[in-house]
Design a protein around this ligand. Structure first.
Ligand code: HEM
Length: 361
């Protein structure tokens, strides 16, 4: 993952967040809408074409898989623009590295084992080198651009912000730090958003009446999905001083895990229908959805460390859902098994097989 925004602390985090924040301004994100919509429309078109060829105008697909590909495509386009092909190669290497890490995450780690030239380690080192070399190649070609413009994608906006900082204060980012932030964009922004889409389609398949309403009530449906099937399961914090929360005293330095799914289904906070899908609870906005608790929805966290990409994710999810719902409707396949699992993020263990139906024009 590298030492990007997600893992940094203290003054390094402040410096990185300051440089990267402008890239996620709503004005900048708006320039990315057409890219997001374009990618989403290609997926919708692919599904429409397949369904239209079949009897009954119906087809079955694993949308969890399709959404993973879609959000990887969108982040490669919005992060790297014209260098999109190389960006995709970098993300592919990163994806394979994540798989190696996940496969060994819960194995007992013997000291020194990671340094042996065993087959898996050699593959890991090769992938790490490819990833770094590819990202460096993209960044160098941007820095040497003749017109002095870095571009309107996330990388370009980050390089532009670094250049303006360099002139005034010593608070830009080094080459290695920019490489690490590129990795962070993919890891923090790809799977989370694809899971938001997956769980939205799951809930819309179970509550088909909402598919019709979604066209007008998109934000409410997405917020309710984030409440019930929140992709990021835990937030971690360490108090810097002894802190009292209700009846608990938490000594300074003790790691606290905030279990978001449990809090998101707490009846005391959300009311008797906390376990039900009811997007209307968000009709007056997220802050008023839980009576008396304005920050009850923790999907993107709150405070200075909250998700920098939340505006990006919501725009992307709306672009994707709008494209998908234009001419398609969804129902959960009889083969679907409901098994949400905690694999760092909340995933459907057996994917999301969905019957996709082409609507009459
Ligand atoms: C539905 C989609 C998403 C969810 C649910 C989500 C969730 C979160 C949460 C809960 C945090 C805060 C963790 C904490 O408080 O300790 C976070 C941080 C972060 N997210 Fe997201 N995220 C999403 C999409 C994105 C996207 C699209 C990007 C970038 C393209 C992104 C980039 C980041 C980064 C860089 C941080 C670290 C911010 C910091 O520490 O300063 N996220 N995300």
């Amino acid at each position: 993952m590298g030492k990007g925004l997600v893992l940094l602390e203290g003054t390094d985090w402040v410096r990185h967040r300051r440089v990267i924040n402008p890239a996620f301004n709503m004005d900048k994100l708006k320039m990315m809408i057409s890219t997001m919509t374009g990618c989403a429309q290609s997926l919708a078109k692919e599904l429409e074409d397949v369904a239209s060829k079949n009897k009954d105008r119906v087809t079955e697909v694993d949308l969890n898989q399709k959404f993973r590909e879609l959000t990887a495509d969108i982040i490669a386009h919005t992060a790297f623009g014209s260098s999109y092909q190389l960006g995709k190669e970098a993300f592919q290497a990163q994806h394979e590295l994540t798989e190696i890490t996940m496969a060994t995450l819960f194995q007992v780690q013997l000291p020194g084992l990671n340094y042996l030239p065993a087959e898996r380690n050699r593959r890991k080192w090769r992938l790490e080198k490819n990833l770094r070399d590819t990202l460096m190649q993209i960044i160098r070609s941007r820095l040497s651009s003749k017109d002095g413009e870095y571009g309107n994608d996330l990388l370009g906006l980050m390089l532009g912000a670094c250049a303006s900082h360099e002139q005034g204060e010593a608070s830009g980012l080094s080459m290695d730090e920019i490489v690490d932030e590129c990795k962070t964009f993919f890891l923090a922004g790809h799977e989370t958003t694809s899971l938001l889409l997956t769980w939205t389609v799951f809930l819309l398949s179970v509550y088909p009446e909402w598919q019709e309403r979604l066209r007008n009530e998109m934000t409410m449906v997405l917020l309710e999905t984030l409440r019930l099937y929140n992709p990021a399961l835990f937030i971690q914090r360490k108090p810097t001083t002894d802190t009292t929360v209700g009846s608990l005293t938490i000594p300074a330095g003790v790691a606290v895990y905030i279990p978001v799914p449990i809090m998101h289904r707490d009846r005391e906070v959300w009311g008797h229908d906390a376990g039900e899908f009811n997007p209307l609870r968000f009709r007056d906005g997220a802050a008023r959805a839980a009576a008396g608790t304005p920050h009850a929805l923790l999907s993107f966290s709150i405070g200075p460390r909250s998700c920098i990409g939340q505006g990006f994710a919501m725009l992307e999810a709306k672009a994707a859902m709008a494209a998908m719902l234009r001419r398609l409707s969804f129902g959960v396949s009889p083969g679907y098994v409901h098994a949400p699992v905690d694999l760092i993020t909340l995933k459907p263990k057996f994917g999301l097989p969905v019957i996709v139906r082409l609507l009459d024009a």
